[in-house]
Design a protein around this ligand. Structure first.
Ligand SMILES: Cc1cc2nc3c(=O)[nH]c(=O)nc-3n(C[C@H](O)[C@H](O)[C@H](O)COP(=O)(O)OP(=O)(O)OC[C@H]3O[C@@H](n4cnc5c(N)ncnc54)[C@H](O)[C@@H]3O)c2cc1C
Ligand code: SF4
Length: 478
């Protein structure tokens, strides 16, 4: 423990943010990393708890108190080495992780949690600046070949470890660029796309082959996969978006959030998005349906594109600002969160609405969406079954202007085409069934990330990719 009284003397400092007036006009990252001095101060707040709940609640089991102590003592290289012992890509989690660790930090019982994520980002960026993040070229070859299907965080983590163990790894990606949701869904203002490319470039130097524009199961057959590789790691994510089959759904102007976000990231990367299929919020009354990360990313993008009005609708009730009795520490706090995108929208008078359901989409008579009808809802407990039933509040219907609706209601399951061709078993939640080693029902086929867990978080995908790589290695060593 660096400074025994640090938590008593120093206040929490989070990542600073660029001013709203400035950042809402561009797509550059909103967050400003801590300076070295600030990171040292913040690390001094860590109490090096006997039971570090932060470590226990991190899916990568990050050695948080250890690297906090190293940062406090100015041992940055050692801190970086400690950090990557369990987390391969702190540059991603340092930017987009909700920081499950901070939710269970012991300090948060009495004061504000240690700024773990901000310190992680400071370590990661210092490591890149100092040139400590170097390609690790494998020193031996096992002669075995492994295919990784999907280049999101789960596939990247699996590929990194399999390659370093000496297997020949090919990452197949159906998109033209690599990184999965990191590349084409999460907006640049949260995660600069050059940060993803910087990592892929290093992995290529390490000897991993990246094959883009290749939809496995379509452009590359399952027979080729089986004949050319000794093992397979499926890391295709959970990509089937939840739809809203309300009246008027086929009107022009209703889109899935992923399509909208991908187009904006492509524009940022210099691609030409055909105006005939291009979706833009400019000058429109935008309604984003879904109050999670994806919805928030759509709000931030619509702000930057110059929407006339933005409403973000959520079916569930507004969370409380602080923990409730049935959500005690060290559980993740299910509290009201205000993302940087919501701050931007709210500053411009835009609205977030809870407990509201879309009844139907209304058109202008020419096939274009121009309004939607909403109704307030509540949840009533069914005394017989104990289940919560959705009830509409009578007389609460309203019609509002909407000429662009973005559906951001999550994902139901992974795409099935490749999975059914491979014959892997699917679990009751519609995801790929795996055991604790991430092995599927088909010998030699493993699965990691959203494809087996369901839509989740980057940090869970990274952790799963590591487990799958370890299990594949064991399987190939037999
Ligand atoms: C808009 C949005 C914002 C998010 N924001 C956050 C956030 O702030 N913080 C956070 O922690 N999490 C966030 N998430 C969730 C997080 O991004 C995912 O949990 C994570 O990316 C899952 O990683 P993955 O590797 O399993 O899958 P993905 O990232 O989905 O990658 C899967 C890849 O596999 C490819 N693929 C699929 N099938 C095939 C095939 N047959 N052949 C070849 N390639 C294939 C896909 O094209 C894709 O590139 C967000 C998700 C979305 C949609
Ligand atoms: S729980 Fe908080 S204070 Fe305790 S070791 Fe972890 S980061 Fe430090």
């Amino acid at each position: 423990m660096g400074k025994e009284t640090g938590f008593l003397e120093i206040d929490r400092k989070e990542l600073s943010k660029r001013p709203i007036e400035e950042r809402s006009k561009d797509y550059k990252e909103v967050a400003i990393p801590l300076t070295e001095e600030e990171a040292c101060d913040q690390a001094a707040r860590c109490m090096n708890c006997g039971i570090p709940f932060c470590h226990n609640s991190c899916p990568t089991s990050s050695l948080i108190p250890e690297w906090n102590d190293l940062v406090y003592n100015g041992l940055w290289k050692e801190a970086y080495e400690k950090l990557i012992e369990t987390n391969d890509f702190p540059e991603f989690t340092g930017r987009v992780c909700p920081a499950l660790c901070e939710g269970s930090c012991v300090l948060s019982l009495d004061r504000e949690a240690v700024s773990i994520r901000a310190i992680e980002l400071a370590i990661s960026e210092k490591a890149y600046k100092e040139g400590w993040v170097k390609p690790v070229i494998p020193t031996k070859s096992t002669g075995k070949k492994v295919a990784v299907v999907g280049s999101g965080p789960a596939g990247l983590a699996a590929a990194l470890h399999l390659n370093r163990t000496g297997h020949k790894v090919t990452v197949f990606e159906k998109a033209d660029r690599f990184g999965g949701i990191l590349k084409y869904s999460i907006p640049n203002f949260k995660l600069e796309k050059s940060v993803v490319k910087r990592r892929i470039d290093i992995m290529e130097e390490e000897g991993i082959a990246f094959q883009g524009n290749t939809h496995v199961g379509v452009d590359y057959s399952v027979e080729e996969l089986k004949n050319n590789f000794d093992a397979v790691c499926l890391a295709g994510g959970s990509r089937v978006a939840r739809d809203l089959p309300a009246e008027g759904r086929d009107l022009k102007g209703i889109h899935f959030a992923m399509d909208y976000l991908e187009q904006q990231n492509r524009r940022y990367l210099g691609d030409n998005v055909d105006p005939k299929i291009g979706i833009t919020a400019k000058g429109k009354h935008v309604v984003v349906i879904g109050g999670g990360d994806t919805g928030s990313d759509c709000v931030g993008t619509a702000v930057r594109q110059g929407a006339k009005t933005i409403r973000n609708l959520e079916l569930m009730p507004e969370p409380f600002p602080t923990r409730t009795a049935n959500n005690p520490w060290p559980e993740w706090p299910f509290i009201l969160r205000v993302s940087t995108s919501h701050q931007e929208a709210e500053q411009n008078g835009q609205i977030r609405q809870y407990s509201v359901m879309t009844k139907r989409f209304l058109g202008d008579g020419k096939g274009n969406l121009n309004r939607i009808e909403l109704v307030k809802v509540g949840f009533e407990k069914d005394p017989a079954t104990g289940r919560m039933n959705l009830e509409e509040v009578e007389g609460s219907n309203v019609v509002i202007d909407a000429d662009l609706v973005l559906l951001a209601m999550g994902f139901v399951n992974p795409e099935r085409e490749l999975l059914s061709k491979l014959g892997v078993e699917i679990n009751e939640r519609g995801n790929v069934k795996v055991d604790e080693t991430k092995a599927t029902s088909v010998a030699g086929v493993f699965c990691a990330g959203d494809m087996e867990r369901g839509q989740s978080l980057v940090v869970w995908a990274l952790a799963a990719g590591r487990i799958a790589a370890k299990s594949i290695n064991k399987y190939l060593s037999k």
